[in-house]
Design a binder for this molecule. Structure first.
Ligand code: NAD
Length: 342
């Protein structure tokens, strides 16, 4: 959301702009140039900028277009610290799977904040997965117990392998356990664990919490899958699947018992996992801390080994702009972007 301070305070460059043309960065180039470390840095920096009031997201537009059952929208924002201005446009086309396309389709368009001139057009599909994985990874890096050994995955869809790969880099995990409403998808996670040399075990969801030190939920659920009484003290949970009104992955009582963090409080209480606990009165918006405050050192984050921490990762447009900006820069540096002039 736009802070009260701002636009007027930003320094606009008076240098004549050098016309560098417009960079077009394909999906394949994004995959080639943006690694997990690049995405982690971009997302951590933009969360920090949001918490300082240096970056803000504009209101999200998301509409059913009345064609192809599609949901289409825009996520936009401005990061003054990273000098990134732009919009991610796209949505969800459920019929794409039979056309051999992913159902989620998006493209990021970046503009020069000094002039408004179009700078880059960047494929957004791979970047959405890698920035969402970076978000939960940032939460694990800052909030999970340092001695966390067991990572639990709830969900085994498209996003889940990105989540798993980014998460295991944050702690010395010795084992991965998983549960999914559709168990037939679990081999997808087992395969990544085999590649990473990590033992993998599928478990019943009632048992998952007894073993897990860190849990990532990344499903399309509309009802709680994980209950508070199954979770042991000291667990860190990253709830990543709930990004729309009505979706829900965990018991609201778990949010009431946990210390709560999010990317953006406004999204957390309206379209994120916290929406249900806020509606029922179990928690208030003031109970939720932007994770950027932990990154900036203005909030202490986890304060004991017994505390349950929960990160509500709702997915903000600034994350998309941050990773797209990194993709455009890296592609330009490596000569992999296509340059055009309008
Ligand atoms: P996917 O369709 O590939 O996988 C869906 C997952 O949810 C699978 O594990 C599936 O078994 C499970 N599932 C499907 N229907 C369910 C139901 N009715 N109840 C419980 N579980 C169900 O989707 P994906 O691309 O892996 O995305 C997973 C979720 O993450 C979606 O809800 C998506 O909107 C969300 N998402 C969030 C962000 C963010 O920034 N927070 C970003 C991208 C995707």
């Amino acid at each position: 959301m736009a802070p009260s301070i701002s636009a007027a305070t930003s320094a606009v460059s008076n240098q004549p702009s050098v016309d560098k043309g417009i960079s077009i960065v394909s999906e394949a180039t994004c995959e080639a140039v943006v690694g997990r470390a690049d995405a982690f840095t971009a997302v951590e920096n933009v969360f920090a900028a949001m918490a300082r009031g240096d970056a803000y997201n504009f209101p999200v537009v998301r509409e059913a277009i009345g064609h192809a059952d599609a949901l289409y929208g825009f996520k936009s924002g401005f990061d003054r610290a990273g000098m990134t201005l732009g919009v991610k446009s796209g949505g969800y086309w459920p019929g794409n799977v039979v056309k051999n396309l992913t159902n989620h389709q998006s493209t990021v368009i970046l503009f020069d904040p000094d002039t408004g001139k179009l700078k880059s057009i960047v494929g957004g599909n791979y970047l959405t997965a890698v920035r969402t994985a970076a978000s939960s990874a940032v939460s694990i890096a800052h909030l999970a117990r340092k001695d966390a050994k067991v990572l639990a995955m709830v969900g085994a869809g498209h996003q889940s392998t990105f989540q798993l790969r980014a998460a295991v880099e944050q702690r010395n995990f010795e084992k991965v356990i998983a549960w999914n409403p559709h168990p037939e998808y679990l081999p997808r996670l087992a395969k990544v664990c085999e590649e990473l040399g990590l033992p993998f075990k599928s478990v019943e969801r009632e048992q998952l919490g007894a073993e897990a030190d860190v849990i990532i939920t990344i499903t399309s659920a509309f009802e709680p899958l994980i209950m508070k009484e199954w979770i042991k003290p000291g667990t860190h949970i990253a709830c990543m699947g709930t990004d729309t009104k009505g979706k829900q992955e965990v018991d609201p009582a778990l949010l009431a018992a946990a210390t709560l963090f999010t990317d953006e409080v406004e999204q957390s209480i309206t379209i994120g996992e916290a929406q249900h606990a806020v509606t029922s009165g179990a928690i208030k918006a003031e109970d939720i801390t932007p994770i950027g405050e932990v990154i900036n050192g203005t909030h202490s984050g986890r304060t004991s080994d017994e505390e349950i921490t929960l990160f509500d990762g709702t997915g903000v447009g600034l994350q998309d702009l941050a990773v797209a900006s990194a993709a455009a820069r890296l592609a330009d540096e490596k000569g992999l972007s296509n340059q055009i002039n309008l």
